[in-house]
Design a protein. Sequence first.
Length: 257
Amino acid sequence: MVTLSPPARAEVDVDLQLVLAVDVSYSMDIEEQRLQRDGYVAALRDPAVLKAIKSGFHGRIAVTYLEWAGPETQTVIVPWTAIDGAESAGEVARVLADRPPNRLRMTSISTALAFASRQFENSGFRGGRRVIDISGDGVNNSGPVVAPIREEIIARGIVINGLPVMVRPGSSWNAYDIMDLDVYYGNCVIGGEGAFMIPIRSASEFVTATRQKLLLEISGLMPEPQIYKAQLRPRPTPADCLAAERRIQRDFDGWRR
């Protein structure tokens, strides 16, 4: 049971309203889910992150943390909470550290984004940038297609950043996974002014990537663009934003024959 107090009735000015939307589908194994949660706990306690928060015009941000999986499974773990220093950040970190992640079926990025965007409507906070930070290890394989929902959210001035988890790229456990999840996120998920993503390619990167992501989101900066060296790695081709949906349809058509 979350014990954090809800925001006051009067809207509070903040520099950033941030929704942390975290994948808890079964394609994420228990260890990955623990590392993902630990990454946020460590980042919220990091002195550099706290300094970045205090450096803003208002010296505070608002954060809510939710978990998602299939079309009907989105759960708010930490309600909207103002963070203005070590004490408030530590309280959010404590809630995350004390509560184990859920494990649920399917991966619906589209409904996760739609649910996350609705959280801004009654946040209790005012002003600042509005950002959804979505993390996950797979493509959209249930619920509506992603593109129309993403475009509607971007049109409202909300930025979508990504944290694609590629510790086990193209895992045989999930027939709908793809190798270049970062390309999929870049073409099909993130968007808005200054949107970016930071791929996680090994277990050791969870803490550092989450910390870097929060620092960039709080400061409003963008990461350095990735440089593709032609002789070492070709520039990735655009991802098929309907990759999983097309494969599911083919499987269904084959089953009906």
